[in-house]
Design a protein around this ligand. Structure first.
Ligand SMILES: Nc1ncnc2c1ncn2[C@@H]1O[C@H](COP(=O)(O)OP(=O)(O)O)[C@@H](O)[C@H]1O
Ligand SMILES: [Mg+2]
Length: 253
């Protein structure tokens, strides 16, 4: 079953066609890579999915619901979690507090509830804490729970962002260049983590600049160039595709 469907998505900024008539499906339970040279429109596709931008044309259907043009927090509550190409953590909060902030996107009580503290709300907070600690352990940051985000290594900050996205209990996580700034050992562990996420029945759509990571981690790959989809298929076919090779050679990637 298709969990996410993008239909004829188009978005321009001024005269620039950042995303041009892009369509593809993300099957439930799969790991899909979205690749392409710098400036190809990958991040813009993510921003369209999560409601950070509204498409000029086209449709986005998630789990049978039209989410085109919905507000971001509503999209998160429907079950899409994400990380960003540039790290967006609360640098002066602890790792645990950062994950709790992700979890709050899911909580009913909100700020007033937190002040009044009815039994139901206390329970909700306890559950939130337990779940935040679980997600920190899941990404391997249990030891760092009480460290400030800014004191974590770059690779660990990336893992913390993933934990925060998972704390929203997504059915789909979208990761924007999760390996950027990671060394080889961290990248290998990241691939294991991505598979562990999928083993939790969470579907993964990831952007990656580095072809070798995508080839190792993804089951299907969608390739963008200048805003348009130029290829789609399993890694073995994408690797051999003359249009893809040309797109990458052309930019020296
Ligand atoms: N908010 C924006 N305003 C204007 N131009 C943008 C904006 N976001 C992206 N672009 C432009 O759209 C194109 C695609 O960008 P992006 O989606 O970030 O590419 P990628 O993630 O593939 O590197 C680029 O030319 C970029 O400069
Ligand atoms: Mg990008």
């Amino acid at each position: 079953m298709s969990l996410l469907t993008l239909k004829n998505l188009t978005k321009s900024f001024g005269g620039l066609m950042a995303v041009n008539d892009v369509s593809f499906d993300v099957e439930e339970g799969s790991i899909i890579g979205l690749i392409g040279p710098n400036g190809a429109g990958k991040t813009t596709v993510f921003n369209l999915i999560t409601g950070n931008h509204r498409p000029d044309r086209g449709e986005i259907i998630f789990n049978g619901i039209h989410i085109t043009g919905m507000l971001t927090h509503r999209i998160v509550s429907l079950g899409i979690g994400r990380t960003f190409q540039t790290i967006r953590l609360f640098q002066n909060l602890t790792a645990l507090e950062n994950v709790l902030a992700g979890r709050h996107a899911r909580m009913k009580s909100g700020a007033t509830g937190a002040m009044l503290r009815t039994p139901g709300q206390k329970r909700e907070e306890r559950d939130a804490l337990a779940s935040a600690l679980r997600e920190l352990s899941f990404v391997g940051l249990q030891e760092q729970a009480n460290q400030l985000a800014r004191n974590l290594s770059y690779g660990n900050q990336r893992l913390l962002e993933i934990a925060r996205a998972l704390a929203t209990e997504p059915r789909l996580v979208i990761l924007d260049e999760p390996a950027s700034g990671m060394n080889e050992q961290e990248t290998t562990l990241l691939i294991d983590l991505i598979r562990m996420i999928r083993d939790r029945k969470i579907t993964i759509l990831l952007i990656e600049h580095d072809m070798s990571l995508v080839m190792r981690a993804c089951e299907r790959i969608v390739v963008l160039e200048y805003g348009s989809k130029i290829a789609e298929g399993p890694p073995s076919a994408i690797k051999e595709d003359p249009k893809v090779i040309e797109a990458y050679l052309g930019t020296g990637d």
